[in-house]
Write a protein that binds this ligand. Structure first.
Ligand SMILES: [Zn+2]
Length: 339
């Protein structure tokens, strides 16, 4: 398995975390390709899960963010511009994810559409169909598509609870990076469907997120990876303040994770404690959710180390906070059927 080092992540920080971002426009599959892939998905026999049903007694925790992909490129082709070599590690299937997380008490996961597949969410949707009690999804759709709201409605029936959005999709100026009719349509529809919008951003994108949080107060908005503060080794006060200030919007949530990337010191990631303390104080634990960001978390670090930071190393959290971070927030926002 080739490794993703912190150095790689630092190098990729300008354009987005290596492996996390759809960068530039090359992945923006055109509509014809997307339609053909959708038709293929419909025609296929749905895969059946190979893992037993969820057991909340032994697997009570929820991972709010992991990616999956399969080496089966015939069945699930990569988007234009990607090759097999881009897939690092070469394989991280739904079953490999479950094998990683279940022994540590994590029975449910919010799957995040992987950039390798562009706008073709097929593999993620098939795995949600195969494991409907374990997975929900965060899809990526084209904000410049014909009818983004209709696409969101269609995906809602397939277990998609959120949509990933990042500045690199449309490359608008960062101070108005969400000022686009396609996003307006998405955010407006999400206020009705209660699907969340999940932002992969750096701190410079936060002011615009604050603007849309206020404009669409009924739409749940999530900031991924603590706005990637720390990824370059620096914890700048104005950036932490901006992330905490966003909490004034009751519809703003934060994913607390990707520790492998954000912590200069590495496991047990205690250097992240001061920032997490302030974020949890600002948002309340009921608006913070733990995420592993697998498989990247488990390339050089471990899944256990990520859980351990929340479970054992943050003494400012009480048991109630830990329950919200490790299950409750994601359950109420992303797994509504379980409520
Ligand atoms: Zn991720």
């Amino acid at each position: 398995m080739s490794s993703i080092s912190r150095r790689d992540l630092l190098g990729g920080a300008m354009a987005g975390l290596a492996g996390l971002a759809i960068s530039g426009g090359s992945e923006r599959a055109d509509g014809a390709v997307q339609e053909r892939n959708t038709a293929q998905t419909t025609a296929r026999v749905r895969p059946r899960g190979q893992v037993g049903p969820l057991d909340l007694k032994t697997e009570p925790l929820i991972d709010a963010h992991s990616h999956i992909w399969t080496p089966d490129l015939d069945r699930y082709p990569l988007a234009e511009g990607f090759t097999r070599d881009d897939m690092q590690p070469a394989s991280f299937t739904a079953e490999e994810l479950l094998k990683t997380c279940r022994p540590l008490g994590v029975g449910r996961v919010n799957l995040i559409q992987m950039s390798y597949y562009g706008f073709d969410n097929s593999y993620m949707l098939d795995m949600i169909a195969a494991y409907p009690d374990r997975f929900v999804g965060t899809a990526i759709i084209d904000p410049e598509g014909v009818d983004p709201a209709a696409e969101m409605a269609k995906l809602a029936s397939k277990g998609v609870r959120a949509f990933r959005v990042q500045p690199q999709f449309l490359n608008l100026p960062i101070d108005r990076w969400l000022d686009h009719p396609g996003y307006e349509s998405m955010f407006s529809y999400a206020s009705e469907s209660k699907q969340a919008i999940s932002f992969l951003i750096d701190p410079d994108a936060l002011p615009e997120v604050d603007r849309v949080c206020r404009k669409y107060p009924e739409t749940p908005f999530i900031v991924d990876h603590l706005a990637r503060i720390g990824v370059d080794g620096e914890f700048r006060e104005p950036e932490i303040e901006a992330l905490c200030d966003l909490a004034r919007n009751p519809n703003a949530y934060v994913k607390v994770g990707a520790f492998y990337a954000l912590s200069p010191m590495g496991p047990p990631y205690r250097d992240l404690a001061p920032m997490i303390r302030r974020v949890v104080a600002a948002y309340g634990s009921h608006r913070c959710m733990w995420e592993s960001d697998c498989p990247f978390q488990v390339v050089d670090h471990s899944y256990q180390a990520s859980i351990d930071l929340i479970q054992s190393h943050l003494d400012f959290l009480d048991d109630d906070d830990r329950q919200w971070l490790l299950a409750g927030t994601a359950e109420s926002l992303l797994f509504p059927a379980a409520n």
